[in-house]
Design a protein around this ligand. Structure first.
Ligand SMILES: NC(=O)c1ccc[n+]([C@@H]2O[C@H](COP(=O)([O-])OP(=O)(O)OC[C@H]3O[C@@H](n4cnc5c(N)ncnc54)[C@H](O)[C@@H]3O)[C@@H](O)[C@H]2O)c1
Ligand SMILES: [Zn+2]
Ligand SMILES: [Zn+2]
Length: 378
């Protein structure tokens, strides 16, 4: 069936309101407008940021929406002005755009392009325009992507074209979690050979940060999680020691300071909890310790003693691992194809889009690392 230029009716998981299960609905996906691409989603995974928005943020705005931002698919059709893509190309939608024109894209030290949703709506995490509708209502496109759907429309500046031989049910993970954690270690923290690192939170993001610390040559990688079931996987990615805060009655920063003669060189917070952010900072050694915030929250503010920073520690944050998205993702895909980067080991479950609420529950209860949902045939 030729769908070009027509509205596509397809299935999607709709988030009508916060704290409720997603509902599988027939939605309408409009044709792409100027500089947009309509993508057939082949595989998508669930990231904690979807869960955060649905169940933890509790601010009420930003609904109804189609969530999902860690995916891969093929181009169905392109809007006027699009020349870099053609139908059938394998692609990964990007929640951080790279327009190559704004002052952030022109600055080599950041990946915070200003042209997509973060330009205006960091808080609500969706743009005001959407090509998705259901029952006459506009569905907001979470992070500008909305991948819990058989089809979606994304801006051309927020799509990475990837190698033709890419297995989409694996490389979808590079649309968020793995690029985020890996890049937070290698790009943002700039982990040094021979250093000691601590990673707080061992979901896909934290495990990818462990993998990044190892790739950067860290000699000790301390994996910290309150769920001991995560330690075995952390070892697969290169963790050398394991700490469960539940096993200690003193602050975790003190435990790490005792293990490392005063603190770690680099710490990465991959939980999204302001208390853990503070512990991660305080776990760094004075003088040169660097702590990176990767976990996502806008619900609470953090606090720390200014002395921590005056004593020479650096506190920084990382969005999408600091990768300029369009340049970075195709290279990461090639690294996976060349067996330089692990992806398969993150996938603990595979399901179909209809099982999305089960996949969300697995992540919520800490029983999966990543569940990949097969959405449509490649
Ligand atoms: N900055 C970004 O660009 C970006 C991108 C993707 C995800 N994120 C965020 O990264 C975080 C991790 O995402 P994920 O998908 O890996 O989540 P996840 O739920 O799979 O993993 C979180 C892990 O943290 C552990 N944890 C919870 N409380 C803890 C504590 N007090 N101390 C130590 N460990 C604790 C959990 O047991 C779990 O293993 C989320 O906050 C997510 O929103 C940020
Ligand atoms: Zn994510
Ligand atoms: Zn830009």
């Amino acid at each position: 069936m030729d769908t070009v230029g027509k509205v596509i009716k397809c299935r999607a998981a709709v988030a009508w309101e916060p704290n409720k299960p997603l509902v599988m609905e027939e939605i309408e996906v409009a044709p792409p407008e100027a500089n947009e691409i309509r993508i057939k989603i082949v595989a998508t995974a669930v990231c904690h940021t979807d869960l955060f928005f649905l169940h933890e943020r509790n601010k009420g705005d930003g609904f109804p929406a189609v969530l999902g931002h860690e995916a891969a698919g093929t181009v169905e059709s392109v809007g006027p002005g699009v020349t870099r893509f053609k139908p059938g190309d394998k692609v990964i939608p990007l929640f951080v755009s790279q327009c190559r024109e704004c002052r952030f894209c022109l600055n080599p030290s950041t990946n915070q392009c200003d042209k997509n949703w973060p330009g205006k709506r960091y808080d609500v995490s969706s743009d005001t325009t959407s090509r998705l509708k259901c029952k006459g209502k506009t569905l907001l496109q979470f992070l500008g992507t909305s991948t819990f759907s058989e089809y979606t429309v994304v801006k051309e500046i927020a799509v990475a074209k990837i190698h033709d031989s890419s297995p989409l049910d694996k490389v979808c993970l590079l649309g968020c979690g793995i690029a985020t954690g890996y890049g937070a270690a290698v790009n943002t923290a700039k982990v040094q050979p021979g250093s000691t690192c601590a990673v707080f939170g061992l979901g896909a993001v934290g495990l990818a940060a462990v993998m990044g610390c190892k790739a950067a040559g860290a000699s000790r990688i301390i994996a910290v999680d309150i769920n001991k079931d995560k330690f075995q996987k952390a070892e697969v990615f290169g963790a050398t020691e394991f700490v469960n805060p539940k096993d200690h009655d003193k602050p975790i920063s003190q435990v790490l300071a005792e293990m490392t003669n005063g603190g770690v060189d680099f710490s990465l917070e991959c939980v999204g909890n302001v208390g853990v952010m503070r512990s991660a900072l305080e776990s760094c050694v004075k003088g040169w310790g660097v702590s990176v915030l990767v976990g996502w929250t806008d619900v609470e503010d953090f606090s720390a003693s200014p002395i921590q920073l005056i004593a020479g520690r650096t506190w920084k944050g990382s969005l999408f691992g600091g990768f300029k998205s369009n340049d970075g993702v195709p290279k990461l895909v090639n690294d996976y194809l060349d067996k330089k980067l692990k992806l398969d080991e993150f996938i603990t479950h595979t399901m179909t889009l209809d099982q999305i609420n089960d996949a969300i529950e697995l992540l919520k209860t800490g029983k999966c690392i990543r569940t990949v949902l097969n959405v449509s045939a490649p």
